[in-house]
Design a protein. Structure first.
Length: 322
């Protein structure tokens, strides 16, 4: 769910010194109301700071960008183009994964194509059907007891990493916003899996075979990404995946919404908690060289990577039905 025009706060005035323009949004966690100009500047500055912090030492090379056609990745690509597009030593390449979701992915693909053409950025599309021989819709029918987000997310991440690695990309930029990342921290803590805080974007470790991921929108809440895209006229698709209602993440999303409403700043606090825990987690779970999957060669903690294990599970279901 994303905000609508009712989130704008035009009845109040901008909080910034000597401005006085009508505000377009209120920021309870910051105690501010911002006008269009100051909100755009505030958003771009947070992005710029995170980009430089997460990609410190980036001197050049290919930067792969996950682009779905939704608001987050559209804003991500637009701002990367704004801050890095003129650098001759950096090549931006947009990567889109077509999972094969009827009534959803075709529209987002059109928006992704429209945006990359508008910005003049190379755009590559990989599909589940071509790379894996199946689709999210087909697999959901064959494995009805498994939430589609389980296999869809694993396969999408695998194909993005493979595509970024084939490009010899130095980083893979993803459009995770503040809400996304705070939800992930909450999920990992609630599940008693603190080691996963080391594995989530932005990556703090370099693992052989995995292109390090960055998330420059980490400090920008979801509704502010939405508003920025609207104010800037950035094309994106606003539809929702028809399988998303089955995602376990929804429980944590709803919990975080309620928590943020009651205690503004909770999302930022969760990200700060991760930052404070990283050093201790690094000592508790020292880096180790991951073996490669026996089927696809991707880094894996076991004999088979999660992506291949899910494919074998799907093949087993098909054999059982034949």
């Amino acid at each position: 769910m994303t905000p609508t025009s009712s989130d704008h706060s035009g009845s109040s005035r901008c909080s910034r010194s000597q401005c006085g323009e009508p505000s377009v949004i209120d920021l309870p966690y910051a105690g501010e109301h911002l006008c269009r100009r100051h909100f755009i500047h505030f958003t771009e500055e947070r992005f710029r700071r995170e980009l430089h912090r997460q990609a410190a030492g980036l001197k050049g090379g290919t930067l792969a960008v996950g682009v779905s056609g939704g608001k987050d990745s559209a804003v991500l690509l637009t701002l990367l183009h704004r801050f890095l597009g003129k650098r001759q030593n950096i090549r931006l390449v947009a990567l889109t994964i077509d999972e094969g979701i009827a009534g959803y992915r075709s529209a987002t693909l059109r928006q992704a194509e429209a945006l990359t053409q508008r910005l003049g950025i190379e755009h590559q599309v990989r599909s589940f059907s071509e790379e894996l021989g199946t689709s999210t819709d087909e697999t959901a029918l064959r494995l009805p007891t498994l939430a589609p987000c389980t296999f869809c997310g694993v396969w999408r991440r695998t194909l993005l990493n493979q595509a970024a690695r084939e490009l010899d990309a130095v980083r893979l930029a993803m459009g995770f916003n503040l809400d996304d990342l705070a939800q992930t921290v909450l999920m990992n803590l609630a599940r008693g899996e603190p080691a996963r805080l080391l594995q989530m974007a932005p990556h703090v470790r370099v693992t052989a075979g995995l292109v390090p991921r960055i998330a420059p929108l980490a400090q920008v809440p979801e509704r502010e990404v939405y508003l920025y895209a609207r104010l800037r006229g950035i094309p994106f698709d606003h539809s929702e995946c028809p399988h998303s209602h089955r995602a376990v993440r929804n429980v944590y999303r709803n919990a975080l919404w309620m928590l943020e409403e009651a205690v503004p700043g909770s999302r930022h606090a969760l990200l700060r908690t991760r930052e404070k825990l990283l050093r201790a987690l690094d000592l508790a779970f020292p880096p180790e060289e991951l073996p490669r999957c026996t089927l696809c060669g991707e880094p894996s903690s076991g004999g088979l990577c999660r992506a291949c294990a899910l494919r074998k599970h799907l093949m087993g279901e098909e054999v059982a039905r034949s």
